[in-house]
Design a binder for this molecule. Structure first.
Ligand code: BTN
Length: 279
């Protein structure tokens, strides 16, 4: 079995700031390349609900952020613990012009956008763990929760909720086994507003690429940064764990795994995937 270790290539950090900054609109807007409406709260339940609420009142596209989330949520109904003052947690409300069936592809595009921002700000080279976790040194720095609404088969809106561990200096056990931060990996404290701006620009650029060129235009970058491609993986499904070699990704971004029973195809919402340790 080919279970290689992840490689990161730290370069000199380009952005070191004495202050970690807040995430107020004026702080982020100063760094944005493509302007977008920004909403901020000191504390909120979850920025994903703030974004959905705004979508229902007719807001087209905007970013919702907060210093703290009291009811942050993750994929598969998990709780997301807020990294108050240290993380960047935000939700991007978008109305992408893509078919409803392609909605799952947004998660892959978002993960690449996060990777672009991390690379640009720190020089570190993240890996993407299918479908949309972003890793450094094999540990998670970012989680993405994509929530969508449909109208007549088309995507009415999408909320890309993104949480990035930016300035945490450490994590308590057991999370310390699986989570890391940009600060821990780069040794530099980042300006959170500047990072948030890079994140928003990065994700919007990748979603734009998805809309204009389709998923195939993203897949080379996605495959190059994949932590699971060519690795042995355990896929946890409703019916149990399936083990096999990740052979690639399907046309809609599904995971393709060669198992004892043949080539199997997994859809992101249905499963979770874990690399097997080296053998
Ligand atoms: C996961 O890894 O399971 C996804 C975590 C997504 C967390 C972000 S933080 C901003 C937005 N608000 C939420 O409640 N969740 C997402």
């Amino acid at each position: 079995m080919n279970c290689k270790k992840e490689k990161t290539m730290p370069e000199a950090s380009r952005l070191v700031s004495s202050s970690s900054g807040d995430l107020r609109p004026e702080s982020i807007a100063a760094f944005l390349e493509s302007p977008i409406e920004l909403f901020w709260k000191e504390s909120t339940g979850t920025t994903n609900d703030d974004a959905k609420q705004a979508a229902r009142t007719g807001v087209a596209q905007a970013v919702f952020t907060a210093e703290e989330q009291t009811m942050g949520r993750g994929r598969a109904g998990r709780h997301w613990i807020s990294g108050r003052g240290a993380a960047v947690e935000l939700s991007l409300l978008l109305h992408p012009d893509i078919a409803g069936a392609a909605a799952a592809q947004l998660s892959l595009a978002a993960a690449l956008g996060v990777s672009d921002a991390v690379r640009g700000m720190t020089g570190l080279v993240p890996r993407v763990k299918w479908p949309n976790d972003v890793l450094l040194s094999g540990k998670k720095i970012c989680g993405i929760l994509c929530e969508t609404a449909f109208e007549g088969g088309r995507l009415a809106y999408a909320v890309l909720g993104i949480g990035v561990n930016v300035n945490q200096e450490s994590f308590e056990a057991p999370i310390s086994q699986t989570a890391t931060s940009l600060r821990i990996e780069s040794g530099a404290k980042l300006d959170r507003a500047q990072f948030a701006a890079a994140l928003i620009d990065g994700v919007r650029a990748r979603v734009d690429q998805l809309q204009k060129g389709g998923l195939r235009t993203l897949m080379q970058d996605y495959e190059e940064s994949s932590s699971v491609l060519g690795r042995c993986v355990d896929v946890t499904t409703r019916d149990g764990i399936v083990t096999g070699m990740c052979e690639g990704f399907g046309p809609d971004g599904e995971l393709l795994v060669q198992t004892a029973a043949g080539l199997e195809r997994f859809v992101a919402n249905d499963v979770s995937v874990r690399e097997r340790p080296d053998v």
